[in-house]
Design a protein around this ligand. Structure first.
Ligand SMILES: [Zn+2]
Length: 395
């Protein structure tokens, strides 16, 4: 009976070995690298683009993953021994161009060749997001994507509160919050990010504390400022999606214009007494806010922001519609509200949907745009935009 030393010498004499540099060059010409180490070794780093099939499953799975037996296959492990046995086995399965990488992943690293460390969920994250992992439309890949996503919430008030809480709970990795206000006692009827203890503190500070307490995975970026034409592009730049929960028309137009000009999806929401509405403005795919409400027209009858009032639970519904749309956009799943305006009447408990189209005459996204940069509107609460349904703004 042969000793292990004799056996490995025998196996190595029957296979071809390549150096890590050769493996790299051959991979660039179409060879596939197969990593036969165990999952914990693979997770600590591997060769970019390599296929992962642990040694124990190699014969079982290789034909499914590499169906063409004439394709060159280079097997590697940590030091070159397991891969030698793997290469021999592949030859016996009928693969015609097989090699083992001498020295394995250790020598690949020593040679300074590129490696990747795959991102995986920690044990705690696997537990925290287990109900997402059970949903095929999210799964581990979707959860990783959410953790790497950045959402900007314009306003940490009525709409921003429920949206931020649920986006943080869902594991959206970075949440930016724009708000220059401090928490007022009259906010607490609906702005559930804030508590009695935070009255008098900046809203972003209070919101950050609440969100971090809910989910330490989330990085909160505070923008303690009022958006205007001088800062809006810089503030929006790092984010994947914008959730517009602001309470005034000046900012709504500004955010709409900036998001469009930067090619970012803007998730719109608005509330007034018992009525809410929401839509999704994705540049080029559907209308923008100006397509729906082209000109801010004076409406003397419209109550001012402070006088408008709002049912405390209303922003919860609308803010969560916005959060839902944000998650769908980030995950690339489902059908969003692009091209649709959803309205909600809390008194009648009725949702309605309106088709909304891009306006070819839109000054921003139309065929002959006149708005090519962000500008500040001179505007006040005492004016109201034209709307197909009651629309307004309340904190
Ligand atoms: Zn438009």
């Amino acid at each position: 009976m042969a000793s292990f030393k004799e056996l490995i010498r025998q196996v190595k004499s029957e296979i071809r070995e390549v150096t890590p540099e050769e493996a790299r060059d051959r991979a660039a010409r179409g060879a596939v690298l197969v990593d036969v180490r165990e999952a914990d070794e693979w997770a600590q780093g591997n060769v970019p683009g390599s296929l992962f099939i642990p040694r124990g499953f190699l014969e079982l799975r290789v034909e499914e993953k590499v169906p063409e037996k004439s394709r060159e296959v280079i097997v590697y492990c940590a030091g070159g021994t397991r891969s030698a046995f793997g290469a021999k086995s592949l030859q016996e399965l009928g693969y015609t161009k097989v090699a083992s990488m001498a020295g394995g992943f250790a020598r690949w690293k020593e040679a300074g060749l590129p490696i990747v460390v795959p991102k995986t969920l920690s044990a705690e994250q696997t537990q925290r997001y287990s109900r997402h992992l059970l949903v095929p439309e999210v799964g581990e890949a979707g959860q990783m994507r959410l953790l790497e996503s950045k959402v900007l919430l314009v306003g940490a008030g009525g709409l921003g509160s429920p949206a931020a809480l649920y986006l943080a709970a869902a594991g959206v990795g970075t949440l930016g919050l724009v708000d220059s206000d401090v928490v007022d006692l009259s906010n607490l009827q609906r702005q559930i990010l804030h508590t009695n203890a935070s009255v008098g503190r900046p809203k972003t500070e209070s919101a950050e504390a609440t969100l971090k307490a809910l989910n330490p995975d989330v990085r909160v970026v505070r923008h303690d400022l009022r958006l205007d034409s001088s800062n809006v592009l810089d503030v929006l730049a790092p984010y994947d999606v914008i959730v517009d929960g602001c309470d005034n028309f000046t900012t709504k137009y500004l955010v709409n214009d900036a998001a469009f000009l930067m090619g970012k999806t803007n998730i719109y929401g608005s509330i007034f007494r018992f009525d809410g509405q929401a839509s999704v403005f994705t540049p080029r795919e559907g209308p923008c806010y100006r397509c729906l409400f082209p000109e801010p027209t004076p409406a003397e009858m419209a109550p001012s922001c402070d006088e408008a009032g709002v049912l405390g639970v209303l922003p919860g519904v609308v803010g969560l519609i916005q959060a839902t749309e944000a998650l769908k956009v980030l995950l690339g799943r489902g059908k969003t509200l692009v091209g649709r305006l959803l309205t909600y009447d809390a008194l009648e408990m009725r949702f309605r949907e309106f088709k909304v189209r891009r306006d070819p005459k839109c000054a921003l996204c139309g065929e002959h745009p006149t708005i090519r940069t962000v500008e500040d509107l001179v505007w006040s609460c005492h004016f109201e935009a034209k709307a197909p349904e009651p629309v307004g703004a309340a904190h």
